[in-house]
Design a protein around this ligand. Structure first.
Ligand SMILES: [Ca+2]
Ligand SMILES: [Ca+2]
Length: 450
């Protein structure tokens, strides 16, 4: 999303938050009092069945009756009021209205999930001042999910989402193995086109956000947009993150707008407008490693000296615009050295004023005639196994094999989870205590490729 539209969205949200602020704050700092109905031994399974698929539904029943599929509750509202810590709420097939969870603190996760081999569809949810809620195996359609103020421990696991999920000041939020796809574009609101939108604005803080194993496809705005701290984006796939109209949104795979301690690791991104971007605020603690970015139409990575420090290690950037490390006159020189090693770039453009250590990379196309550091191979082809099938493992004979450095915190395992290893038949040309680390996201093993 563009900085302008982001600021506009923040302004609108700040206003909304002011209006509702009293309620939110009182509840946020209220100690957790009382406990929900005494939890029976072992995990509790409770049924919600709006259309009476398994038996006539009735919300007047006690939880002890809703443990049977034949005597279910009708509404998720009833389940949210009554489900004890650790319970699983099995939701029978059908379309369910929007769910509101307000002031519902639990001490262990309550899981709300589709019944086995069925799909329940929710018109989104809003959670406020609530703890330990997990949404699993559901379909979300209609309106954006809102993890609003004062939540902690909210999980989204294995859901199918054609709506955005928006997070306001809350902590310990996890997105695991979800499919986020085909979000609405113009004339809707730009924020509703963002896969996961995690924004504190000035309401802070948001901490501990884990985004792992999800797929993001065909989004008209950013896949992930955040100003939170301690954000991990790991092993996700991203494709066709593509703005239909750049005046509505500038679509990135990941846009940080003041996000500290960000780890972007092991992701696979292809055919997107652009890639990773951080704008506006001075931030620190960024690690980008073991990622593959293919065919980014503009920059697969765009950062500058607003970052205090950066470790950009063992990534493969191929078939798109240049990786761009820029100089921003409004900020001092980055105080900690950017580490840029063991990567494969089809193009790399960095400003010589940056405090930066570059080495042991492949830079295929040096169109700006930059200076490059020790161990970097300029103008060589990395030789991949099968680019036509997006197989960007190194092929036999690649200049990247046993030619990287094991120093500077290079990851000990590659994107596929394999250990960095010494190819016996290849001379160790790298650096550090172990001179056999490969360049790029994948380690070459004997018998790979053609
Ligand atoms: Ca090796
Ligand atoms: Ca070797």
């Amino acid at each position: 999303m563009s900085a302008r539209s982001a600021r506009a969205a923040l302004g609108a949200l700040a206003a909304a938050v002011l209006l509702g602020g009293c309620v939110g704050q009182e509840a946020t700092f209220e100690p957790v009092t009382g406990t929900p109905a005494q939890a029976p031994e072992g995990p509790v399974r409770l049924y919600v069945d709006k259309d009476s698929v398994g038996g006539p539904c009735d919300d007047q029943r006690p939880a002890s009756a809703a443990v049977s599929a034949a005597t279910p509750w009708c509404s998720l509202d009833r389940a949210v009021d009554a489900a004890p810590s650790g319970a699983t709420v099995l939701v029978r097939r059908g379309a369910y209205p929007r769910l509101t969870i307000q002031g519902e603190r639990r001490s262990r996760f309550v899981t709300i999930r589709s019944a086995p081999r069925e799909t329940a569809t929710l018109a989104g949810f809003t959670a406020t001042n609530s703890s330990y809620w997990r949404f699993q195996g559901l379909r979300f359609a209609g309106q954006s999910n809102l993890i609003f103020m004062g939540n902690d421990h909210i999980d989204m696991v294995g859901n199918d989402l054609t709506v955005s999920t928006q997070v306001r000041p809350s902590t310990d939020i996890r997105f695991l193995d979800n499919k986020v796809h085909d979000l609405p574009g113009p004339p809707g609101k730009p924020t509703d086109g963002v896969g996961i939108w995690v924004v504190t604005g000035e309401q802070g803080p948001i901490r501990n956000v884990l985004i792992r194993g999800n797929s993001f496809s065909r989004l008209p705005n950013d896949a992930i947009f955040t100003d939170a701290d301690r954000v991990t984006v790991e092993n996700n796939t991203f494709d066709h993150i593509h703005s239909p109209d750049n005046s509505w949104a500038h679509a990135d795979v990941f846009q940080g707008m003041g996000a500290n301690f960000v780890t972007i690791r092991g992701n696979f991104a292809r055919d997107n407008d652009s890639g990773i971007l951080e704008t506006i605020a001075a931030v620190r603690g960024w690690v980008i490693e073991n990622n593959v970015f293919l065919r980014s139409e503009s920059w697969p990575l765009q950062l500058d000296n607003e970052l205090h420090d950066l470790r950009l290690v063992n990534n493969t950037f191929w078939g798109g615009g240049p990786v761009l490390l820029r100089w921003n006159d409004e900020h001092p020189r980055n105080p900690s050295r950017f580490i840029v090693v063991n990567n494969i770039f089809n193009r790399l453009d960095y400003d010589l004023r940056l405090n930066l250590l570059e080495g042991w990379n492949i830079v295929a196309d040096n169109f700006l005639h930059n200076r490059f550091g020790r161990g970097t191979r300029v103008g060589v082809s990395p030789k991949f196994v099968d680019p036509r099938r997006d197989d960007y493992r190194l092929a036999s004979g690649s200049a990247g094999i046993d030619a990287g450095t094991s120093a500077f915190g290079a990851p000990r395992r590659d994107r596929a989870g394999h250990r960095r290893l010494d190819a016996r038949a290849v001379a160790d040309r790298g650096s550090g205590a172990q001179r056999f680390f490969d360049m790029g996201a994948y380690e070459w093993t004997e018998g790979t490729g053609r």
